[in-house]
Design a protein around this ligand. Structure first.
Ligand code: ADP
Ligand code: MG
Length: 499
């Protein structure tokens, strides 16, 4: 007899795979990214994260009567950079609108945003989900807007406190078409967006500090249907993992409702990270009417073709182009090329490194090997690594010249350089007595001592077990502390073993 609960489990598994085949999820994401400008979108207040509450606040930020906004040009440049990277059309003549609503964190009573003329239109972002072919997620728009302040509910037992430091910080909102069909695709999409934003220095992508935030719109429909189902919007997801979990939960919840014959209601929901579930915040009936109208205080801004060309000229090669370059010009494997291109700091370091050394394959191996493991162990980033590219390049050269074995270089000299990053690698290796011994006499001593210690292995070798050469080499390396020149050691070993 099969126990009841086992049967139930089978039934559930069967049902859920059946339902996944029956329904298709439809997902569109709205991603807000704080721009890395010094000052706010419409005044000179600092746009930095944090600071004592209400210290980055001038009368403009606070919306005092008589103040006037003035557009931060750099914010436009950053938005356009992201647009170019995503292949968007760039709007020439742009207007700002007022989006009116009342909330304590919004001192003016309206948010300045782009309504009818997003600075970037269309475009797409390439994603890759394991096991599927790469595809492009279509974008609807990228527009500029200002951030709101922050309500703090945990500072005072009875009152909500307001910090206006964030009010007026420039944002871009990247709005995708409803063009994703699984939580994995949404995960890959946000990962890719964050990579691009960081690569272009448009946004630091720090989701914990809220400089990158995501709202997920989710609906389901029967497979094969073309129309869109009723959507829910899950607000303010603050990690890529939570984006995935919230969507997974929503899809399952909606399928369950549909299977029970219940109606899905258009809702705004929130994600509870403690339980990995979502809960309703408000329904469509309570939706705001924002009474958009063009902001009369701001003249239209124009992105001229001259400005566009100037922006393009300052943009770094995009990650995809770097993968191509590393694979086809530098002969790196696709895995290595992607591992470097995925990380902006890695790209910057690597690009500088290969300007200093022609040994590009070795440079990639160093970066993805010893350097990366050191950084992982120390929880440090490449930007703060004391050993800078010119010094690492000289270290690589020592290994290439046979002056130092890779293992001694990576296990000893690299660590010594971390402590004395200004030192000359050759000098330091000499001082620490790490240089490889190419002097035949000393290598011979190591070889002889090893062979003397292993008479049985020597006999086996002589009977034909030639693979033992690796063991002897390893022992010579050990005996010499990695200093024996491997070429000379091999020659001497084979000579002494008589083959
Ligand atoms: P709203 O006016 O409610 O903000 P929009 O049409 O502007 O809705 O779309 C906001 C986001 O929701 C976009 O990313 C869009 O792709 C997505 N979206 C719209 N309709 C659906 C749907 N039925 N299912 C999933 N996502 C949707
Ligand atoms: Mg929305």
């Amino acid at each position: 007899m099969v126990p009841d609960n086992q049967l139930l489990l089978w039934q559930q598994c069967f049902m859920s795979t059946m339902n996944e085949d029956k329904y298709e999820a439809v997902i569109g994401l709205e991603v807000h990214a704080q721009l890395l400008t010094e000052s706010k979108l419409f005044c000179g207040d600092s746009a930095r994260f944090g600071g004592e509450p209400n210290t980055h606040v001038s009368p403009v930020t606070l919306g005092y009567p008589g103040t006037l906004p003035r557009l931060n040009r750099e914010a436009v440049v950053l938005a356009v950079k992201m647009g170019i990277a995503c292949g968007c059309g760039i709007e020439q003549t742009n207007y700002f609108a007022r989006k009116n609503y009342f909330y304590p964190d919004l001192p003016k009573g309206y948010q300045i945003t782009q309504h009818t003329t997003p600075v970037c239109k269309g475009g797409s972002v390439k994603i890759q989900v394991a096991g599927s072919a790469a595809r492009r997620v279509q974008l609807n728009r990228i527009h500029l807007e200002e951030d709101a302040g922050k309500s703090l509910h945990d500072q005072d037992a009875l009152n909500t406190c307001i910090d206006y430091n964030r009010a007026g910080v420039p944002l871009i909102e990247i709005v995708s078409e409803p063009d994703m069909h699984s939580a994995e695709e949404a995960y890959a999409y946000v990962t890719e967006l964050r990579k691009l934003l960081r690569h272009l220095n448009v946004c630091d992508g720090n989701m914990e500090e809220g400089s990158l935030r995501c709202d997920a719109n989710v609906s389901i429909r029967l497979k094969g249907e073309k129309g869109l189902g009723t959507k829910v919007e899950v607000k303010n997801l603050n990690s890529i993992r939570n984006v995935k979990k919230a969507i997974e939960y929503e899809i399952a919840r909606m399928i369950e409702l549909a299977e029970k014959g219940e109606r899905i209601i258009q809702q705004t929901r929130s994600f509870d990270a403690a339980t990995d579930t979502t809960f309703a915040l408000r329904t469509k009936e309570e939706a705001n009417d924002y009474r958009y109208f063009p902001d009369p205080d701001l003249p239209p801004f124009v992105v001229t073709s001259k400005m566009l060309d100037a922006i393009k000229a300052t943009m770094p090669a995009l990650p995809e182009a770097l993968v191509e370059k590393y694979m086809h010009q530098l002969n790196l494997s696709e895995y290595d090329a992607r591992a470097i291109s995925d990380d902006k700091e890695m790209v910057d370091y690597f690009e500088e490194l290969i300007r200093e050394t022609g040994h590009t394959k070795a440079a990639a191996n160093w970066l993805l090997g010893p350097v990366k493991s050191y950084l992982n162990e120390q929880h440090e980033s490449l930007g703060s690594l004391p050993v800078r590219p010119p010094v690492l390049a000289r270290l690589i050269q020592l290994v290439q010249d046979g002056k130092l074995s890779f293992s001694v270089a990576s296990s000893k000299l690299f660590h010594a350089l971390l402590k004395s990053p200004e030192a000359d690698p050759l000098q330091l290796a000499t001082d620490l007595n790490l240089l490889q011994d190419a002097d035949e006499a000393s290598v011979e001593e190591w070889v002889e001592s090893v062979l003397a210690k292993m008479p049985e292995k020597v006999a086996e070798y002589k009977k034909g077990k030639k693979g033992l050469i690796g063991l002897f080499m390893g022992e010579v390396k050990k005996a010499s502390g990695g200093k024996a020149d491997p070429k000379i050691a091999t020659q001497l070993l084979t000579k002494k073993l008589g083959s």
